[in-house]
Structures are given as C-alpha cells and as structure tokens.
Design a protein around this ligand. Structure first.
Ligand SMILES: [Zn+2]
Length: 76
C-alpha cells in the first residue's frame, strides 16, 4: 500500500514535473511564489527559495499575504 502510494507520487513528479509544494498536496503547480512569504501561510515538503502552489493554495496564499505584500510595496 505504502509503496504504491509512493510510486504514484513519483509518477506525478515525473509526468508533470511541477507539483504543489505544500505538505500533503499533490495538485499541479499553478504559480511560483517566494518562500519567505509562503512559509508564513503553509508548511512545505522541503526547503526551497521558491515554492510551487496549486490554484487553490495560491488563492489562499494571496488572501493570507495581502497585508505583507502591501507593506513591502510601501517600503519601496
Ligand atoms: Zn496545493
């Protein structure tokens, strides 16, 4: 059972390459986001400088980082 699950996961990565990096999510990547902001919203499978998010997680990311992103813009 566990082996089979792993194989499916491996196949997903091989065929589509880009899969949502959020822990427990295997959806196709929709957008790439900077890691420092994304880490405030989700926990990820591994450490990267940029993360792939699926459509649903990207929507959540945008909603949850709105304040941070506005603050960053004001700094400039
Ligand atoms: Zn996702």
């Amino acid at each position: 059972m566990e082996k089979r699950k792993h194989y499916k996961y491996y196949l997903n990565h091989t065929l589509w390459k880009k899969i949502c990096d959020v822990a427990g999510c295997n959806e196709k990547s929709f957008q790439t986001v900077p890691a420092d902001l994304a880490r405030k919203v989700f926990s990820f499978k591994e450490d990267k400088t940029k993360y792939h998010l699926c459509k649903a997680h990207y929507k959540e990311y945008k909603k949850n980082t709105k304040k941070e992103r506005e603050t960053q813009r004001m700094d400039w």
